[in-house]
Design a protein around this ligand. Structure first.
Ligand code: NAP
Length: 391
């Protein structure tokens, strides 16, 4: 087989049209960075944002999508005025975001944060296009439904979360997989005592040692709830049983996932902790595109470290595992309560340990029930949020 070197990379025969849901966020901006580095290979169909209308306008002027959509309707007038004469359609509101997700394109990058990404992700899936999935919360709160709809509409799901993207790169056939291990950096409080964590500030919590991420996922990484959400995400994406999904602390964030095969082989995917690698992998799949991500020099790195997670200091993992095993609406409740509690912590209303306590108490108060459709998911999400806000 002839090796492909960087100067011989095949030129894609067709331009891939991509819509980006959550274009103004960390994942959205990195996606656009990769698109900009490969002119002629990708084109932007739709860009959506929540509140950051200035950045959306700037992105739309540069990437010239067919449509630019802002969720906050208060920004519609300014978006319309600033993009007038460009030929770019503009729209505002939740429904407009879901409509943008269903526009004809080859792929949607689902990069909104939180359960707010569920309906637009489903809309992209139902239009049959490939979906690069960063928005893990949509799988956590409605994984069964999302996977069913993807199957029904022939939509390929390409994991963007670095650990899940790593699994996807290592294997897509789980027949001989005994278990997978998701690695976690341990976050900024990996070596802190419980006592120290009671005094943790939002600034400390969002200062992740290895990754540059949005505020919500940074706090989730600090509580290790992010790894809990990822266990639930992996269960749905790869149809693995809860006991086939393990977690290992790996402070360097170089090994993103380990896949243990039944014959004793363990496969690993390694790359620098930079989301541009999994994003590029998903965007170009089944091809590969070059990125500016620093290539690893293992001799320079020298050592990699691994340790078991300490669930007494980081109880979020235990809660997420229990929610996964319980099934029904437990993961949806866990996710909604966590979103509320993280926002309250970021506003300085509750302490860092209160985040997970809020989730635990909400889980105790919401009765477990089967989720039979999207209405059930939305109702459970609302109920859990109301309870978590009152606690
Ligand atoms: N960042 C990472 O390294 C990383 C890694 C793995 C997985 N992920 C996952 O990727 C997703 C995005 O993470 P992120 O770090 O990129 O988050 P982020 O930086 O906070 O960006 C979130 C994006 O969603 C938009 N948004 C928020 N609420 C919205 C709403 N109600 N309606 C419409 N748009 C809304 C934001 O718009 P405005 O900014 O305009 O308000 C922004 O574009 C999350 O699910 C996260 O768990 C992220």
């Amino acid at each position: 087989m002839k090796a492909v070197t960087s100067c011989q990379l095949p030129v894609a025969s067709k331009v891939k049209k991509i819509s980006i849901l959550g274009a103004t966020g960390t994942i959205g901006q990195n996606t656009l960075k990769i698109i900009a580095q490969h002119p002629g290979r990708f084109a932007v169909t739709a860009l959506t944002a929540g509140d950051n209308v200035e950045l959306l306008i700037e992105q739309a002027r540069f990437f010239k999508p067919e449509r630019a959509v802002i969720a906050n309707e208060m920004h519609y007038a300014v978006l319309k005025k600033e993009l007038s004469g460009t030929g770019i359609e503009v729209a505002a509101g939740e429904t407009a975001i879901a409509e943008a997700a269903s526009m004809p394109a080859d792929m949607a990058m689902s990069a909104m944060v939180g359960a707010a990404g569920l309906i637009p992700t489903l809309s992209a899936i139902r239009s049959g296009k490939a979906v690069a999935l960063a928005n893990k919360e949509s799988l956590v709160c409605a994984g069964g439904l999302v996977m069913q709809e993807a199957e029904k509409h022939g939509a390929t799901l390409l994991p963007v979360d670095s650990e899940h993207n790593a699994v996807f790169q290592l294997t897509q056939d789980f027949t001989f997989v005994e278990h997978i291990t998701l690695t976690a950096s341990g976050g900024p409080f990996r070596a802190w005592t419980t006592e120290q964590m009671t005094k943790a500030t939002p600034e400390q919590a969002i200062k992740h040692p290895n990754w540059n991420m949005g505020a919500k996922i940074s706090v989730d990484s600090a509580t290790l709830m992010n790894k809990g959400l990822e266990m639930i995400e992996a269960h749905h994406l790869f149809a693995l049983k809860p006991d086939q999904i393990r977690v290992l602390i790996h402070p360097e964030s170089i090994v993103h996932c380990l896949v243990q095969m039944v014959d004793g082989s363990m496969l690993a995917q390694l790359s620098a902790p930079d989301m541009c690698t999994p994003i590029a992998c998903a965007l170009a799949w089944p091809d590969r595109v070059e990125t500016t991500v620093k290539k690893l020099n293992l001799a320079e790195i020298g050592r990699l470290h691994f340790e078991a997670p300490d669930e007494s200091r980081f109880p979020a993992l235990r809660l997420a595992r229990a929610a996964l095993s319980e099934g029904g609406n437990a993961a949806c409740t866990l996710n909604a309560a966590n979103e509320v509690a993280v926002q309250r912590f970021l506003k300085g209303e509750i302490t860092f340990p209160d985040i997970v306590k809020t989730v635990e108490k909400t889980l105790e108060k919401v009765e477990n029930a089967k989720l039979t459709g999207i209405e059930d998911v939305l109702a459970c999400d609302r109920q859990a949020r109301d309870i978590a806000k009152e606690l």
